[in-house]
Design a binder for this molecule. Structure first.
Ligand code: CTP
Ligand code: MG
Length: 391
């Protein structure tokens, strides 16, 4: 396990169960829900956290390569942070296997059921923050709405429970890593059905925070059907991103800007062809999809991109966001600079960029009234906003 990434939070995604109650031909985490497996949907939610986390997927022994393929598809380029380990006979054993794979830098560990496939990213962030703020074990939980009866084996009612005092526990459940390690080490194998129970048995304090209805666990065929209905009724997740790029003019008369060649105009300098408009579009799209920026994705000094055109970066960006499950809805980009005189070729630039992005790109241009580096004609800046949709 690579220990040099220094992430402080990890998410263990337990996906090693067989899904007996669902009764599908595949283990539950590998069952399809509207075009994506439950595991894929769980992972997509986690990697949209706005900071890097280690992710350990715990999978059935026969499904390690399937789990690896799903993880790679969801988080291309994050292979160092995402690993797959073999689960055990019980959920408890599977969590223990996940704990054994954590990097040394991890301080907070979240344990999540892959079966809670629609859990929103915000719940992961909320649990992580609450653990950091309190140092306690944190359980997202919902009030119980039904009246509760205690019964004997024949169904005869023995008594009632006060639902005001009860909560239904969900995942992700979060804990200080050292204490959860110790609790699991002390518990050996056990019948506890969640991690908070293991943690509390070891003496750890556990607090609840509000759960989320859509984080329900897919257990039966009825639940899978409900998940289909929920997906159908929830509008596509839309996300925006911004990107800015600046390049200085060089000497040669070989300008590429906004996807167009500008004869007689000074080129923009840079490792690539310096097309600031194209680069700002890439940054906006990558940011909207939660995939970082052009420098971290393509490597600003990578020889493969020496003199690369804006088209290479824009088309590469569209591929990256597509493999993370996003498609562009539209992009708006503004060029800031005195040169070149842009308005006469604005429509032409829009057509080229729209072709590359595969969705409408609107381009505008402005000057800065002679102020700053753009006003002095030293270079140009471009600022873009992108809207993407989760497919
Ligand atoms: N789990 C696991 N290893 C096990 C058992 C369960 O990693 N040996 C995981 C499941 O994959 C699931 C989560 O724990 O994501 C919650 O368990 P549950 O909903 O009970 O799933 P299954 O055990 O797969 O289903 P069933 O009990 O119906 O067989
Ligand atoms: Mg089970």
């Amino acid at each position: 396990m690579s220990g040099d990434l220094h992430v402080s939070t990890a998410v263990i995604v337990v996906a090693a169960g067989s899904g007996t109650r669902l009764g599908a031909a595949l283990p539950k985490a590998f069952v399809d829900l509207a075009g994506q497996t439950l595991l894929e949907r769980s992972l997509r939610s986690i990697i949209l956290l706005p900071y890097p986390v280690q992710v350990v997927v715990v999978a059935p022994a026969d499904f390690l390569s399937d789990a690896q393929a799903i993880a790679h598809k969801v988080a291309p380029g994050l292979d160092a942070l995402v690993s797959v380990v073999t689960g055990g006979a019980t959920r408890h054993d599977s969590v223990a296997a996940g704990l054994a794979a954590l990097q040394s830098s991890v301080q907070v560990v979240l344990v999540h059921d892959a079966a809670r496939a629609l859990t929103p990213t915000t719940l992961f962030a909320d649990v992580d923050m609450a653990v950091q703020a309190t140092g306690a074990g944190i359980v997202p939980a919902l009030p119980v709405v039904d009246s509760l009866k205690q019964v004997d084996v024949t169904g005869g009612v023995l008594g009632i429970a006060d639902r005001e005092q009860l909560r239904a526990a969900q995942t992700p459940q979060g804990f200080p890593r050292a204490e959860l390690d110790a609790a699991y080490a002390a518990a050996g194998s056990s019948d506890y059905t969640d991690d908070a129970a293991v943690f509390a048995a070891y003496g750890g304090a556990v607090t609840t925070i509000p759960g989320d209805e859509v984080a329900f666990k897919i257990t039966t065929a009825w639940d899978l059907n409900r998940a289909h209905q929920v997906l159908g009724s929830v509008p596509d997740a839309h996300r925006v991103g911004t990107g800015i790029d600046v390049h200085a003019f060089g000497e040669a008369e070989n300008l590429w800007l906004a996807g167009l060649h500008w004869p007689g105009e000074k080129e923009l300098s840079g490792h690539s062809d310096g097309d600031a408009v194209a680069h700002a579009i890439c940054d906006a799209l990558l940011s909207a999809a939660g995939l970082g920026d052009i420098g971290s994705r393509f490597g600003t000094s990578d020889p493969a991109y020496a003199n690369a055109s804006g088209e290479v970066f824009v088309r590469g960006t569209i591929e990256l966001i597509a493999s993370a499950g996003f498609e562009p809805i539209n992009v708006s980009v503004q060029l800031i600079g005195n040169k070149p005189r842009f308005s006469a070729r604005r429509v032409e630039a829009q057509a080229v960029l729209t072709e590359w992005v595969g969705a409408p790109v609107s381009v505008s241009a402005t000057t800065t009234d002679g102020l700053g580096f753009t006003g002095r004609g030293e270079g140009v800046a471009a600022i873009a906003t992108a809207l993407v949709r989760q497919r």
